[in-house]
Structures are given as structure tokens and as C-alpha cells.
Design a protein around this ligand. Structure first.
Ligand code: HEC
Length: 378
């Protein structure tokens, strides 16, 4: 680039009011390709320059929505196709549970897209070259002056006319800015190699420190003390007790508060004598329905007909409407819930005593719904 090509005319102002006034007059004067440079953002500049609303919002919208859709698609694929599991009796595709994730991914992709669009599309990072770089003009406007810069490629631009125009605006230090070799430099040739080197070394050093810190140092004493506590873990051996077990049985002849042992653990027929202590009230039936739907319906079906929702992951149970179960006493059903039966596990840890009895009230109601007796209708 031996030939000097005019890039722009620049002028300086002393106060924010002057530059806003100048910007207004420049856009009124028909100039389109011009810019103002100020040490800090000025209120009212957008209106003075008659700038259209930023297009960045569209990038945020498009990427935000694609975040929503991909989050939904990924969760649908996992929950319905790849890893379909009934969890807590909920449907495979529980949309409300997915909303928080969709929201988060939307915000995340919109935010990332905005930053990246700004950096790489608007500012053309990492290409850092510009004809105004390192000019006196740029130094002044990044310190305490307010500058205007009218580009030579503007249709209305004419060297003398624009010069005069700037003078009339009251601009000082009016300067011709030219393209220089630097203006065309690639980002690599203007890259500050020393700075980039320091950055790279810092990045590698930080990664090493974090890696070694988290993976090695944390496992050394005294940092590992949090992990290696002197305590007895379930299922682990212990040298403290003579029998070598860390888990202890309750002291002979004692009962923990609120924990009445189940007497008929090995005696289903004995359990038949138990009587349901709960009256048939709406509240009890409601409690029973809630517990049944959560803990029993995945296998036994919402109506107790043995229509499992586990899609072959667990043997289907028999119907609860069989004559056998209908003829059982409440106590006999209680026994199945408390102790389980063959492959069906015990539900003692999930259901309290009252909840078990309430569930049985509800099972009775289900049975009546399919096999009502004459007497039930009265
Ligand atoms: C994980 C699946 C599963 C869940 C959950 C489950 N059951 Fe069962 N249930 C079974 C299976 C399978 C059988 C059959 C067991 C057998 O082979 O005897 C069964 C048997 C029974 C029987 C005896 C039926 C008969 O004809 O012998 C009763 C009563 C019963 N379940 C009640 C319940 C109640 C009440 C709940 C909720 C607290 C419940 N089950 C939760 C799988 C389940």
C-alpha cells in the first residue's frame, strides 16, 4: 500500500452536548456512514444518530428458541425412547418437569449466541486491525475528547465540502485519516506474540494447578481428612466391636420409639387376624388413593387389574380383583404390603402403618368398583 487512500475525516469536540449536537446535525445533513467515538457511552446518542434498533436480538431469539427445542428433543429422546422408566408413577413424558431445563437452556444459548455474534460477527474478532487504530484521534477520544468520524465511502462525502461541514459544526483537530498497511493486516500479523505467549502459558499453568489441586492435592493429608473420617459406615467392618460388625442390632428386649415391630413377619395366617383400625372416611380413602397411585399402581395398574406400566421390566402381578384377594382379610393384604410376596418387595419403608391401612381401604374400594355386591348398592 504505497498509495495513500483517504479513509475518513475526523474532528474532535470538548463536551458531550457538543458531540450529540454534531451527531444530530450530521445525520440531518444526510450522512449515513459516519460514527462517533466517545470515552464512555452517551445517553441520547442513538436517537441523535438515528440508529435503527440493534439486530443482535434476532440472533438471541433464533439461538434461544433452538436451545428450547433441542432441550425438549433431548429430554424426549431420553425419557421416551432411550431410557423409558416409570418414576414415581409419572408418565414417561412429564412436560412440566422439563420446563425448568428448557428455560435454562434457552437462556444459556441466547446468552452465548449474543456474546459470540457480537465478538465474531459484529467485531470480526480476532481481526483487530482498523484504520483509526493508534491515531492521535483514537487516543484523544479514549481519554477526554468526543470525536466524530465521517467515512470517505459515504455518498455525500466530498473532501472539501465535508471539511467545511465539520468546521461549521465547531470541530477542532480536523484530520484526514488514511488507510495504512496495518489497516489491511491479517489478525495473525498484528497479533502481539509476546502477549499471546503469556496468555498461553497462563492458561496451561492454571489448568495444571486446577488439575493437580483437584485430583492429587485433595487426596493428601490433611485435605483428605474430610473424606477419611473415623466413623462407622453401614456394611463396613469395624475393629471397635468384638464381632467385627459396625452395624448393631437393637438391644435385646427394647423397642425404638414409634417403631412397633411387626409380629407376623413369618406368619401370614396370623396376620389375617389383624383388623383395619381406620374408619372408611373420605380423608382415609383419599390418602389411600394417593399412596396406591404412587407405590402400587406402577405394577398393579391404576385399577388394580395387573396392567403394569413397567413394560416388561418387572413380572406382571396378578389382578387384585381375584376371588382370592377379595376373600382375604385386610390383615392378610397388610401382610403382603409389610413383608412383600415372592418377587413383590416389602413396602414397609415407604408406607407408615396408617398409610398401609389407608391403601388397603382404597384397594377394597377398587375391588367393589368391579365386583359390587347387592348390599354395596344400599
Ligand atoms: C414392583 C412391582 C409391584 C409393586 C410396586 C407392588 N406390587 Fe403387589 N405384587 C407384585 C407382584 C409381581 C405380585 C405377585 C407376587 C407373587 O408372585 O406372589 C404382587 C402381589 C400382590 C398381592 C397378592 C396378590 C395375589 O393374588 O397373591 C397383593 C395383595 C399386592 N401385591 C398388593 C400390593 C400393594 C397394596 C402395593 C402397594 C403398596 C403393591 N402390591 C405394590 C408387584 C408389585
Amino acid at each position: 500500500m504505497s498509495e495513500k487512500v483517504l479513509y475518513a475525516l475526523t474532528g474532535l469536540f470538548e463536551t458531550p452536548d457538543q458531540i450529540i449536537d454534531a451527531a444530530e446535525k450530521t445525520s440531518d445533513g444526510g450522512y449515513k456512514k459516519y460514527d462517533v467515538n466517545t470515552p464512555y457511552p452517551l445517553h441520547g446518542m442513538n436517537q441523535a444518530m438515528k440508529l435503527p434498533p440493534s439486530k443482535l436480538g434476532y440472533a438471541a431469539l433464533v439461538f434461544g428458541l433452538s436451545g428450547t427445542v433441542s432441550a425438549l428433543a433431548l429430554m424426549y429422546w431420553m425419557a421416551v425412547i432411550d431410557y423409558a422408566h416409570v418414576i414415581g408413577g409419572k408418565p414417561y413424558f412429564p412436560l412440566p418437569a422439563f420446563v425448568p431445563v428448557m428455560f435454562e437452556v434457552t437462556v444459556l444459548s441466547a446468552a452465548i449466541a449474543t456474546v459470540f455474534t457480537m465478538l465474531f460477527v459484529v467485531f470480526k474478532f480476532p481481526n483487530n486491525s482498523h484504520p483509526l487504530h493508534d491515531t492521535e484521534y483514537m487516543k484523544s477520544v479514549s481519554r477526554d475528547k468526543y470525536g466524530i468520524c465521517i467515512l470517505a465511502e459515504d455518498e455525500k462525502f466530498d473532501e472539501n465540502g465535508t471539511l467545511k461541514f465539520l468546521e461549521e459544526l465547531g470541530a477542532t483537530n480536523i484530520t484526514h485519516q488514511y488507510f495504512t498497511e496495518d489497516s489491511y493486516a491479517t489478525w495473525w500479523s498484528v497479533l502481539d506474540k509476546k502477549f499471546a505467549g503469556i496468555l498461553a502459558v497462563t492458561a496451561i499453568a492454571t489448568s495444571l494447578v486446577v488439575y493437580i489441586g483437584l485430583n492429587k492435592v485433595l487426596y493428601m493429608q490433611p485435605f483428605s481428612w474430610m473424606m477419611e473420617q473415623e466413623k462407622l459406615n453401614p456394611q463396613k467392618g469395624s475393629v471397635l466391636f468384638a464381632d467385627g460388625f459396625s452395624m448393631r442390632n437393637p438391644v435385646q428386649g427394647t423397642i425404638a420409639r414409634g417403631d412397633l415391630p411387626y409380629e407376623y413377619a413369618v406368619d401370614p395366617e396370623g396376620a389375617s387376624k389383624l383388623v383395619n383400625p381406620l374408619p372408611i372416611t373420605e380423608a382415609n380413602l383419599q390418602l389411600g388413593k394417593v399412596k396406591y397411585d404412587i407405590y402400587c399402581s406402577p405394577c398393579h395398574g391404576f385399577m388394580g387389574e395387573g396392567d403394569s406400566r413397567l413394560r416388561g421390566q418387572f413380572p406382571n402381578p396378578p389382578s387384585l380383583h381375584s376371588e382370592k384377594v377379595r376373600d382375604w382379610t385386610d390383615g392378610r393384604i397388610y401382610h403382603v404390603i409389610a413383608m412383600g410376596q415372592n418377587v413383590m418387595p416389602s413396602y414397609s419403608s415407604q408406607l407408615s402403618r396408617n398409610e398401609k391401612w389407608a391403601t388397603i381401604l382404597y384397594v377394597r374400594a377398587l375391588q367393589r368398583s368391579l365386583n359390587a355386591k347387592e348390599s354395596d348398592l344400599q
